[in-house]
Ligand binder design. Structure first.
Ligand SMILES: [Zn+2]
Length: 112
């Protein structure tokens, strides 16, 4: 946010509304960070602050048990999608290799 020189408030209150909007967005991001950290068993600082009063810098993902409900909300869907895409890739690669064989051995006309 850029602060204006005139104290910030416009006659129509638009600056104040903008500040409130940014603060609401900021708090939303803080809440999301906390939720994702809890979903992965990490500290809110993600173990990136050695002087963190909660984890002393040890709070990387897996630092504590993940919150089961938040894990199910934020992590499990991504893992499921990733797993399903990876399992779909293997058969399609095999299919492509199997389809190449007839192209590599064109009909020889032995049946004629
Ligand atoms: Zn921490």
């Amino acid at each position: 946010m850029i602060a204006s020189d005139d104290g910030g408030a416009q006659p129509d209150g638009s600056e104040i509304d903008g500040d409130r909007e940014w603060m609401a967005h900021y708090h939303e991001l803080l809440d999301r960070n906390s939720a994702l950290a809890a979903a992965l068993g990490a500290c809110d600082c993600w173990g990136q602050h050695r002087r963190c009063p909660v984890c002393d810098g040890a709070g990387t993902p897996g630092w504590t048990l993940p919150d089961e409900e938040l894990f199910a909300t934020y992590v499990q869907p991504a893992v499921s999608t990733d797993t399903s895409r990876r399992t779909q890739k293997t058969p399609s690669t095999t299919d492509i290799n199997e389809r190449k064989e007839p192209d590599e051995c064109p009909p020889t006309g032995l049946n004629q």
